[in-house]
Ligand binder design. Sequence first.
Ligand SMILES: NC(=O)c1ccc[n+]([C@@H]2O[C@H](COP(=O)([O-])OP(=O)(O)OC[C@H]3O[C@@H](n4cnc5c(N)ncnc54)[C@H](O)[C@@H]3O)[C@@H](O)[C@H]2O)c1
Length: 330
Amino acid sequence: VKGVLAMASHLPPLLFGAAERAELRAEVDFDTVLTEFGSARAKAALADADILITGWECPPVDAAALAAAPKLRAVVHAAGSVKGHVGPEVFARGITVSSAAWANALPVAEYAVAMILLAGKNTFAIARRHRETRARVDLIRDYPEIGNYGRTVGIIGASLVGRAVLRLLAPFDLELLVHDPYLSTTDADELGAELVGLDQLCRRSHVLSIHAPALPETRRMVDAGRLALLPDGATLINTARGSLVDQDALENELRTGRISAVLDVTEPEVLPAGSALWDLPNLVVTPHLAGSVGTELRRMGASALAEVSRIVAGQPLRHEVRAAALATLA
Ligand SMILES: NC(=O)c1ccc[n+]([C@@H]2O[C@H](COP(=O)([O-])OP(=O)(O)OC[C@H]3O[C@@H](n4cnc5c(N)ncnc54)[C@H](O)[C@@H]3O)[C@@H](O)[C@H]2O)c1
């Protein structure tokens, strides 16, 4: 079995640890990294490849690349979504596709949970006030509604991230709501959450966290009307994609000071330097920080190499992506 790497050239040392490399030294040439599929060098590597180990910035595995790779039987992605480089022609040739989306989902879920719990205590607003006044803050008098006991958290999308968020939130004394058109009541029960419609979720959630994929049907699903349903003092957290929120409507709602927001994703990304959002005190913007960064890349790399090892050992893959599921996946 021969594995070939295709991704941004700086990634392999960040994704793959020494121990994992050593284990697959016979099968994978970790020093050759394809960043395109058109050159003679790339075609020579593809001619021998049984497995393509892909990462961020992998070029599209299109008809020409497939023609150059007659032995190819698996594309193993060391990152989340495969939609950028794997199209229908890959599945049509019977090539198996695997993704490390589960491993990329964990840091997003951890980030969201951290923000959810901080939002529960109105942490950012109170820290800002404390800095401005440099005086004692009378929390009991001024913030009777804050706290993470018995409060309602709404999750949009029982995606890999959404499910991980619900699992991580299970030990806390929170009331959990979930909205997902593909989730059954039984599945929601197992996740410890009440399955509700989107409007009801907005009406009841003190903290609302968005985890649905960017699809035509999720575009601006959190619009002006739904933002207006949020209770006073609510916090909206978006680590999914900017397209899911009507950003102009959010800006208007934030201006009133009625709600707060944490945005890890925006439209566009990065916000224009002149965007009024930068100056809103009740908005925290982070630069697409929630997903795998730093040490977290290694979890995606380990996941991908474990899949390669399974192929080498003739075992079934653990994180296969099915063509039929693509339409509702991130
Ligand atoms: N901020 C970051 O760094 C970062 C990193 C990774 C993922 N993301 C984003 O997080 C989100 C979740 O990613 P994922 O990999 O867990 O997604 P995923 O592929 O697991 O999501 C698919 C699931 O979303 C649910 N879903 C589909 N349509 C829906 C709808 N209309 N309403 C509600 N739920 C719906 C379904 O349960 C479906 O199975 C995506 O938007 C993704 O782009 C962001």
